[in-house]
Design a binder for this molecule. Sequence first.
Ligand code: FCB
Length: 795
Amino acid sequence: MSTTSPDQDTLAQAKGKRRLFPWAIGALAALAGIHVYRRFRTDLRAAWGRIEAGGRVIQTAHGEIEYGEAGDGFPVLMIHGAGGGYDHSLLVGQSILADGYRIIAPSRFGYLRSPAPEQADPQAQADRLAGLLDHLDIERAAIAAFSAGGPTGVQFALRHPHRTLALVLVCAISCVPTPDGKPWHQQSSPVRSVAAEFVYWLGLRGAQSRLLSMLGISSEMQESWSDEERARIAQLLEAMLPFRDRSLGYRLDRSLVVSPDVPLEEIRAPTLIIHAKDDTVVDWANSRQAAARIPGAESLFFEQGGHRLFGQHKRVRAGVVAFLKQVLETQSPAMRAHVSYPQFPTGFLFGTATAAYQVEGAWDEDGKGPSIWDTFAHTPGKILTGETGDVACNTYHDPQTDIDEMARLALNAYRFSVSWPRVLPEGKGAVNAKGLDYYDRLVDALLAKGITPFVTLYHWDMPQALQDRCGGFAGRECAGYFADYAEWVAGRLGDRVMHWITINEPWEHAALGHLLGKHAPGLCNPFRYVRLAHNQLLAHGTALRAIRACRPKAQVGISLSLHTIQPRTDSVRDRRAAVIADQFMNQFFLDGVFKGRYPDPFWSRMRWLRPRVQAGDMDLISQPIDFLGLNYYSRNYARHTWYVPLLQTMIDGDLWAEGESVRDGVQYTGMGWEVYPQGIYDALFRLKNEYGNPPVYITENGAAYSDTLENGCCHDPLRQQFLEAYMHKAAQAARDGADLRGYFIWTLMDNFEWATGFSKRFGLVHVDHQTQARTVKDSGYWVRDVIRAQGKEQP
Ligand code: FCB
């Protein structure tokens, strides 16, 4: 029986309650903790899933992930919120993303710029964080992963649940600082990562809704826009979609942190930097410094950063809106709808092409003999601008500058031509050792940078001595001299050079130089024309044989220009004219090389003009080649014309006097050539269907436009558009079965464009012909990005 009084009972009950109370609180807290922890881990799992799905995960000690390349030409909004600010900046950016505005890639270079001294390997740290930026996404859970520790923390948390739980609880109580007693952002991984992730995750809960309502950016922005602006903005945003998973920010981070040598100057995207000054961690100096280096970057300064940016959100928003509008006005081509990088087959070569006379200069140095182009350009009235190739791009004296540039642009092949009179000043006989030495050094320098050389033996600069002796290729014996020259060059370079192009564009050399008088040697002689056409092919055959004899493993081909020919009207006569024009410009050379015969009716019509085709000629000409070089630019129209003797065809197309223009909605380049991307597909398909699908390298394709320098930049949207369109078509042809193996853009740098002198700029690199200063054009950076993006996107 109980001896206790009711009072004692009440007391005992109260004591019991007191004992129970902390337990109940504890249990509730534990339940809440577990609940929070579970949600945290669920989000982490989701984040990890996304990272794995979206990124190529490289397992390293720190669980780093690889990052892809960002697309140049897209706007960059960097929010440099110093100190703790960048986290909130990230949220701002992400919320805008979440709201459908996928253009903003917040950058955290302020933070990265000042790694705490105890972080053992700042470079690895920076690399890792830079990588994370590639995976920005709108998913809340992913944000948690991206925003601080990223995969390192996620992996750690998933692998070590107990330690994570402990950390999470500690963080939940103290948040900052973390167990090491240091601010979380100075912790080393993975402690820092997990702690930071948790802090973010917690912060995110509340911040998300607040931010969304605070920004209200979509509705408010749109209210202030006109219908037209709204439509254009919608279009812009649509165009951004393919890039939503890529951050443009990382490169800035990387350049600033990892290597100050990686030039911010390379950024060509419209850039707005919001500099937010904050606590003592970093100040404005970093972002100012970065902004000063990014061409055309705009800046907005805020006295306070971090969460205090929220208080100034109207200004932030106004800045962003103004930026967006300005971006729309200067819309870069990469932003047009649904742009993506063309994808080519594995092992594809990307290069640029040049020709000796157009770039080398040093026209009479180190024992070089004159070529017909030296003579022609020195003759008053022959070159539109009165200029010569005497100095050109000075590559004879300084090839390295351009080789370094190629490497920076990720180009892995280079097509250059050897100047025959530099190697054999008289065209035959004594060799000029210094000339050969130059090409020897050039090849070594290319290989040192991992660039595959493609050597063209004849790109129109016939030794003047041979022109005088036998009319150049008009004389049959010239094919023999050419073979000897080929043997000299292959003998010297063939241990390192595997790819040889015998002759460049025999049609152009024959027609422009010997029929129309526009090029050296400036003749208008139909007899010469047909001789040149045949004898160049003969020379191709003799050289091919000579190269194979001394370098059995060499890959030898010829570069032919293919022109799309279309009848001007559908009339029978115009269609017939188109057939003749096609045989004249294209089929003659194709059939000669691949089929060992010349096409009719063209060949019959030439009966009064043509040279005697000797026994064995066609066999020599049609020896199997290892690849065909395809030079493709444009389309021509043919119409029947009674007064053109024999051909009775008039071919339109070369309207360079009119230059760059848009007519009937069609873009024409600075040469007056129609931009006709479908043609490159058709040309590749013609080779596939009619000529046995030979291995093909596009050995020239490109466009001249009137490029100018502006504040150290060269914006050339039209060239980028041109290349984008043509490369996409070529890539499509490769997917559809054409055996396409490489793409050489004409040309690396603005050079001496034959009869038009320096007035036509084809380069990916702008050249100031007074100072020889080089400036990479926007299109050059775009090409680099195409190359880097290979294998990273699904076609
Ligand atoms: C090609 C030539 C090349 C360059 C481009 C624009 O026909 O082979 O040298 O002039 O045109």
